[in-house]
Design a protein around this ligand. Sequence first.
Ligand code: FAD
Length: 387
Amino acid sequence: MDYPRQPSVHLSSEHEEFRSAVRSFVEREIRPNATAWERSGEVPRELYSTAGAAGFLGLRYDPRWGGSDQDYFATVVLCEELAKGDSIGTAVALMAQAEFALSALADEASDELKEAWLAPAIRGELIGAIGVTEPNAGSDVAAISTQAIRDHDEYVISGHKTFISNGTRADFITLAVRTGGEGSGGISLVVFPTDTPGFAVGRKLDKLGARASDTGELFFDDCRIPASNLVGDEGRGIHYILSHFAGERLVIAAFAVGVMERLIELGLDQASDRQVFGKTLAGFQTWRHRFAEMATRLESTRQLTYHAADLLSRGDPSGEMAVSMAKLAAAENAQRVAAEVLQLHGGFGQMEESPIPRYYRDVAGFSIGAGTSEIMREIISRQLVTV
Ligand SMILES: Cc1cc2nc3c(=O)[nH]c(=O)nc-3n(C[C@H](O)[C@H](O)[C@H](O)COP(=O)(O)OP(=O)(O)OC[C@H]3O[C@@H](n4cnc5c(N)ncnc54)[C@H](O)[C@@H]3O)c2cc1C
């Protein structure tokens, strides 16, 4: 059955029309293929061009580059619906492009870089990735050591990145590099074309969940790129990265809302079908109350997510704290709901022919990617407690 979603003052009829378009896309293009893509460990390249043609890869960006200049609620609606496609890996593969790789370019890159990389990525002709994390620098972004040394009109890049979504076949990487001394002030962002000599993709990483999203190790050995590939100003990279984390965190929070809706729908179907001891599971108060609790988790996450989207759309500085709260709550609530729905399904919940075990694995990453839950608590507590 369809989850009885309540109306929201934040969503216009245009947002709801857009939701219907994304839902049809998910039912047509994603859900029937999800199992095959999960097994192969990647989505087909054509999915990016299909999503680009549908306008999904540039929602908030300038129409000059092919975007549609919408607000954060369009991103929320897109992510909620993508998350219902029974493959968070597929949703990650698309949003690693649409949000993670492109948002800093859309806001900070030169027109030349936008023309060369942003516009074709919005059309889905090129695949992009965001390259920040290194083996010795994850949560502590300021500890990155991949170096970019200026040599006349080029940067020479050497180093190692890991856990990069879309990394095994990206055409370009929005790459965090150290152009200056130690600490956060020495970090810059560049657009790195992956056909640059000296670049190599290492292992395609085998992981717990989100398996349809390829995740790679990347190696840079004296790679020369034009200095004009610098995004914004030298030494401002950490600011660009941290300020665009808000969009990434909103994506995960909205994925969690979509996942919980889908899981509750699957759970309600199961609860009304499955007979035990002469009645349906729904006939037992323990399960009815657990559905009430799951719906409350879903709606509280939705409210925090929509509140954050509202503040971000208005450029309110408290958006950072709100989106951290939304992501923190989203990860915990989605993980709890996935565990409950898994339990409700009994032995069938353990079977790979059902989407339930996949969702159970996929939501584990919600408390890690785009900033861990500990980092979310750190950001929130900084606004509350002075030490
Ligand atoms: C599937 C997947 C896809 C990813 N995609 C990308 C990508 O596309 N691009 C990219 O750049 N990165 C990507 N990442 C990396 C991701 O952003 C990092 O894994 C994440 O930021 C955590 O960093 P870490 O793994 O190094 O863990 P660490 O930073 O080493 O953290 C280990 C543990 O310590 C805790 N911890 C860290 N700091 C503190 C603190 N101050 N106080 C208390 N506890 C703390 C953490 O919360 C965690 O529990 C991806 C990761 C995964 C799993």
